[in-house]
Ligand binder design. Structure first.
Ligand code: DX5
Ligand code: ZN
Length: 215
């Protein structure tokens, strides 16, 4: 079980320090949410911020692109420092399999994400091209929302389908993960949990990360 705290809930006046604190608290990956104001109704941060953080840290950067036509930006986000790069199925103009392959060709973990309204089976054609499926359990765009319970079923559906078809795939879950919701998400078979407000809202990051992991 990997825990990927989301920097979307950090204090943006001291991002570098927040990142260092997460790493010392035992974060496995650092989740970085990129929003374009089109695919989602919010803007966050992009290339120069990720590049600046990369110059201060060798942590695993898990970049979640909530942007239209992500294929246009793959190389730039990899150059900026992404180790894991996730695009939304709904946002790709090109064949998602080709987009995922272009990520993988650069030695980066290729992720494919679906919004709450997109059924699990829509990712099945891409289980060979993708290394990871990111199941959104809230409408992407904002931190601090409530997990949509119906989305949790998709985790198990994808894990079961992948096992039955001999596909190796990680499932990451993002949105509304906290100490109350994490057990069901872990039980459904999630490999990576993203948590923004649950980590940054805690007094003790290390304790929050360990608790999310189920320790
Ligand atoms: C939402 C982002 C999430 C967000 C999660 O669109 O993709 O990564 O930071 O925040 P919480 O954990 O507060 O729901
Ligand atoms: Zn995210």
């Amino acid at each position: 079980m990997l825990i990927a705290p989301s920097m979307l809930s950090c204090d943006f006046t001291k991002m570098g320090e927040e990142l260092t604190k997460l790493v010392s608290a035992g974060a496995d990956w650092i989740h970085l949410d990129v929003m374009d104001g089109h695919f989602v109704p919010n803007l966050s941060f992009g290339l120069p911020v990720i590049q600046a953080l990369r110059s201060t840290s060798d942590a695993v950067f898990d970049v979640h692109l909530m942007i239209e036509e992500p294929e246009t930006y793959i190389d730039r986000y990899i150059d900026a420092g992404a180790d894991v790069l996730t695009v939304h199925l709904e946002a790709c103009k090109e064949d998602p399999a080709r987009v995922l392959e272009s990520i993988r060709e650069r030695g980066v973990i290729a992720g494919l994400s679906i919004r709450p309204g997109t059924p699990a089976e829509e990712v099945y054609p891409y289980l060979d091209a993708a290394d990871m499926i990111l199941v959104m359990t809230v409408e992407p765009g904002y931190g601090g929302q409530k997990l949509i319970p119906a989305c949790v079923d998709k985790i198990q559906e994808i894990k079961t389908y992948a096992a039955e078809h001999g596909k190796k795939i990680l499932v990451e879950v993002d949105g509304g993960i906290n100490l109350k919701t994490a057990p069901a998400v872990r039980l459904a078979g999630a490999d990576v949990l993203v948590a923004g407000s649950a980590v940054f809202g805690a007094e003790d990051f290390a304790a929050a990360i360990a608790a999310l992991r189920g320790e």
